[in-house]
Design a protein around this ligand. Structure first.
Ligand code: FAQ
Length: 318
């Protein structure tokens, strides 16, 4: 079965997509399965690698309250990774295969996590802008055509929206502080604004997967549509915070009913996605190291399962 609408199996699948949701036992084109595995795995890897930039600030948070909140946020990201690996496994792949694919560079993670976190204000900018962009992208995924992915996204979006507010609150506090604190907040936003816009992917004209993904109801909006939605949502929030967004082309367009904004730097996005961003090597080295350090936990869990699994089987037979 392929995507040709004249093919009766493809037509039946198109009907299933519109009646939705598609569930793991339903017949589905191989290309639909592959598209979902690619996107869900990339999403899961992003949540896991995404713990690193913020994790580096847990020991340097400015108060016990901030430390507790940041720890909870980073743990939430680990949880999101786990829901997403579980959703991918319903498509017939094993989590360990996906982790190997990441470690061997055959799968990707979001470009955003290849930028360094230089000051405490970066925790505010990440929460506000990165989680804000993530929510904008992910709320429509709660209605995507594949049931297990859509259901995982519902809980993830609830948590991301708390993350976004905590980022806003960090920046709000800094913007009501000393001139040095305000400057630190502005510097963080200057550094994270364009990378946050790149999270939505290349411009539509250069997006390889959007057309097919939308035809199958995985993506419900294009990269540029979601980027625009994020800009429209964020500009008034920046005004409320007293922060300037670093885009000289940013202005309200009454005719369109949207903010005009400058283009993302496609060359920079391409470089970072290709593994040549500021922190790609560091992030992957840390990830591989953590995986190796955790080998004994996986071995112990497997040994426990083998022992108790055998005991359970005996109890059933007995
Ligand atoms: N970074 O044809 P398109 C988070 C790749 S979670 C890296 O437009 P598509 C939570 C793309 O994969 C953030 N690669 O692709 C958090 C494709 O690769 P290929 C992650 C990118 O899939 C917050 C190629 O370029 N969110 O932040 C990027 O239709 C704070 C062509 O692109 C998700 O994964 C990029 N920015 O649209 C955690 C959401 N953009 O074919 C911790 C789900 C594009 O070579 C702290 N994913 N590529 O394998 C999606 O919605 C989509 O996959 C897009 C890309 C919109 C990202």
């Amino acid at each position: 079965m392929d995507g040709d609408p004249r093919d009766p199996e493809a037509a039946a699948f198109a009907e299933l997509v519109s009646a939705g949701p598609v569930e793991p036992r339903d017949a589905m084109p191989d290309a639909y399965r592959a598209l979902l595995v690619r996107q869900i795995a990339q999403h899961a890897h992003s949540e896991i690698i995404g713990m690193q930039p913020e994790g580096q600030w847990i020991s340097r948070a400015p108060s016990l309250r901030r430390k507790a909140i940041l720890m909870a946020k980073v743990q939430d990201e680990a949880g999101h990774g786990l829901y997403l690996y579980a959703a991918a496994e319903t498509l017939g792949v094993d989590r360990s295969e996906l982790v190997d694919a990441l470690h061997e560079g055959r799968q990707k993670y979001s470009s955003i996590f290849n930028y360094p976190t230089l000051t405490w204000a970066d925790m505010g900018a990440i929460g506000w802008l990165v989680d804000g962009a993530a929510i904008t992208n992910q709320v429509p995924l709660c209605r995507c055509s594949y049931g297990p992915y859509a259901r995982a996204m519902v809980r993830i979006c609830k948590e991301e929206s708390f993350h976004q507010r905590q980022g806003f609150e960090i920046l709000h506090t800094l913007m009501h502080g000393t001139p040095a604190q305000r400057a630190m907040a502005q510097d963080a936003v200057d550094r994270f604004w364009w990378p946050a816009l790149m999270m939505f992917g290349p411009p539509d004209a250069e997006s390889a997967h959007t057309a097919q993904s939308m035809a199958w109801g995985v993506k419900r909006f294009t990269n540029d549509e979601l980027r625009q939605r994020f800009v429209d949502m964020t500009v008034p929030q920046a005004d409320a915070l007293g922060l300037t967004l670093p885009d000289p082309e940013l202005r309200w367009n009454a005719e369109r009913g949207h903010y005009d904004h400058g283009p993302i730097d496609v060359d920079e996005l391409r470089e970072v996605v290709a593994g040549r961003g500021p922190c790609n090597a560091e992030r992957m080295a840390h990830k591989r190291g953590a995986h190796e350090a955790g080998a004994w936990v996986r071995e112990a869990a497997a040994a426990y399962d083998a022992k108790h699994g055998a005991a359970r089987a005996e109890a059933v037979v007995g």
